[in-house]
Design a protein around this ligand. Structure first.
Ligand code: AMP
Length: 190
């Protein structure tokens, strides 16, 4: 059973790689950003989610954790790839408990590494076609601030658990994918 987290700053290519890995290993793709964007139509939470997403701040844990874990639980037997989740220590700890409760384990965290300058260039390019209201410079800057303060510390959390693999995220899509697959293959041999 493969359970993966694809990790990295905004613009690292997490969504793209997660899509490809989903097909390759027949996983369930759990993008917290997508799950939240879909919930923007909801009468109860829509306005709140929109406010946080449009400012680049993290949506409160009380909302995100439950929404993601419900989807994860539904797909637990298939193997999971988390994309954009966890984004802070509280979410990461909850996910650790989630795996334990479901008698399964996290295989590995794949960290896509690249400079902030390159990541910002990519998001601005994506913004031209994504239609995402948060792909604009003022929000992007905030998303990086949030990444540095709240999300990047998870690298240490997973490194300590010996669950962290880092791949050079600067290369083109296929090169990155091949490197990720090589790493997964060598893990599965162990
Ligand atoms: P993404 O699609 O992953 O780039 O996420 C877009 C936005 O959705 C973020 O800037 C946050 O406002 C929100 N979001 C996505 N994932 C999370 C998460 N795990 N925790 C809190 N907020 C999130």
């Amino acid at each position: 059973m493969l359970n993966l987290i694809i990790f990295g700053p905004p613009g690292a290519g997490k969504g793209t790689q997660a899509e490809l890995l989903t097909k390759k290993y027949n996983l369930a793709h759990l993008s917290s950003g997508d799950i939240l964007r879909q919930a923007r139509d909801s009468v109860r939470f829509g306005e709140k989610i929109k406010k946080y997403q449009d400012s680049g701040k993290l949506v409160p844990d009380s909302l995100v954790i439950e929404m993601v874990e419900i989807q994860a639980e539904k797909n637990i037997s298939q193997g999971l790839i988390f994309d954009g989740y966890p984004r802070n220590l509280k979410q990461a700890r909850s996910l650790t408990k989630f795996f334990k409760k479901n008698k399964t384990t996290l295989t590995t965290v794949i960290n896509l590494r690249l400079s902030e300058t390159l990541a910002i260039q990519r998001i601005i390019k994506r913004g031209k076609t994504s239609g995402r209201s948060d792909d604009k410079l003022s929000t992007i800057k905030n998303r990086f601030k949030v990444y540095r303060a709240q999300t990047a510390p998870l690298l240490e959390y997973y490194h300590t658990q010996k669950k962290l693999i880092t791949v050079d995220g600067r290369a083109d899509i296929t090169t990155v994918l091949n490197k990720v697959q090589d790493k997964i293959k060598s893990l599965m041999k162990k």
